[in-house]
Design a protein around this ligand. Structure first.
Ligand code: PLP
Length: 358
């Protein structure tokens, strides 16, 4: 049996008509930039996460850039970022002329608070903490940042719906950044993102920066750009937000099956966290061989991420982060998406267990 890593058409099947109707309503409205559809989705997202303010953006990368811009990060500043994640946190810092300082990871793939403490210096201005693979990072990251007086930008791109002690990812620090890239747990039909904050002044500044730093239109207080959320994507996301918790429960059910039936250890779930299993990753010494035998059996897998950021040519000269670099050689993501059927999951489990030598 062929098992896809993710099949987005299958994900959308149950609510396709609702999505088509929502898109058609935007087309019929004649308003294709900003407008009530964007405002409504921002309000619903604020409601869902419990964040007092939610500001739609063009994508998750731009949400991170906006957060850094709103905190006045620039040349001469250092920002702590995890060494093992997607490139956006580090690239957004570097594009503003600041220096990303890489922090090693812990056993649950999040920023390691003790390594983080050693990397704080006089030039450190902020921290970007990533809630990788669908669960909140170690809460000690916030304590270490607090003690040093540093604001924490949360990269919750992979963690919509995840909570720590009942509080949503994106509401634990100064500002939360979300991505609605199509494969995310809450995915648009294109690019989209969101910012969350409890700080009214910061929300105001983020809103201005999103639209060329202006308020009102054509009066520019800051150098911003066009980082707006598209209303068609907002309409699609408004429909999909209703189903998010149900879809996350399906991911959790799939993860529980892997946990009990795979002959290898699954992801570490931190205390007091609700994990949303954006990815279900295992570690294997012979990862590449296992991956190619699974591919021969029709099972698709992915590698998030094949290289630590400290190993990227664009960041050459970065100090090594040994755990991040070792993880990149061993990690493998198995299909976990809500559309995965029980018999497809049987195939994955059987294929992995056959291949794993204890
Ligand atoms: C951890 C992380 N941060 C940031 C991003 C960037 O989001 P986007 O692709 O919407 O720009 C992604 C998604 O791809 C991500 O996984």
């Amino acid at each position: 049996m062929k098992v896809d890593f993710i099949d987005l058409k299958r994900v959308h099947e149950p609510y396709l008509q609702e999505i088509q109707d929502a898109v058609a309503a935007v087309v019929a409205s004649g308003q294709y930039v900003n407008g009530p559809v964007v405002g409504r989705f921002e309000a619903s997202f604020a409601d869902y996460t419990g964040a007092p303010f939610a500001i739609g953006t063009s994508n998750g990368t731009d949400a991170l850039s906006l957060a850094l811009m709103a905190l006045d990060i620039g040349p001469g500043d250092e920002v702590l970022v995890p060494a093992f994640t997607f490139i956006s946190p580090a690239s957004c810092v570097a594009r503003l002329g600041a220096t990303p300082v890489f922090v090693d990871i812990d056993e649950a793939y999040g920023m390691c608070p003790s390594d983080m403490a050693t990397k704080i210096g006089a030039k450190t201005k902020a921290v970007v903490a990533v809630h990788l693979f669908g669960q909140c990072c170690d809460p000690a990251v916030f304590d270490v940042a607090d003690q040093a007086g540093l604001p924490v930008i949360e990269d919750a791109a992979q963690a919509v719906g995840a909570t720590h002690r009942g509080e949503h990812a994106g509401t634990l620090g100064a500002v939360g950044c979300f991505s609605f890239f199509p494969t995310k747990n809450l995915g648009a039909l294109g690019d989209a993102g969101m910012l969350t904050t409890s700080d009214a002044a910061l929300a105001d500044k983020l809103r201005m920066l999103r639209s060329h730093g202006s308020k009102p239109k054509y009066v520019h207080h800051f150098l911003g750009a066009n980082f707006r959320l598209d209303p068609i994507q907002a309409a699609v996301l408004q429909v999909k937000l209703k189903y998010l918790d149900g879809e996350n429960q399906k991911r959790a059910r799939n993860a529980a099956r892997y946990d009990s039936e795979l002959r290898i250890a699954g992801p570490v779930v931190r205390a007091h966290n609700v994990h949303t299993f954006h990815q279900y990753c295992v570690k294997l010494a012979d990862r590449d061989q296992v991956r190619s035998s699974l591919a021969d059996m029709g099972v698709s897998t992915m590698i998030y991420y094949p290289h630590a950021l400290t190993e990227q040519p664009v960041f050459s000269g970065a100090s090594p982060c040994p755990r991040a670099e070792a993880t990149a050689k061993q990690i493998l993501a198995l299909p976990i998406y809500p559309g995965l059927t029980a018999s497809e999951q049987d195939t994955v489990i059987q294929a992995v267990n056959e291949r794993v030598i204890l």
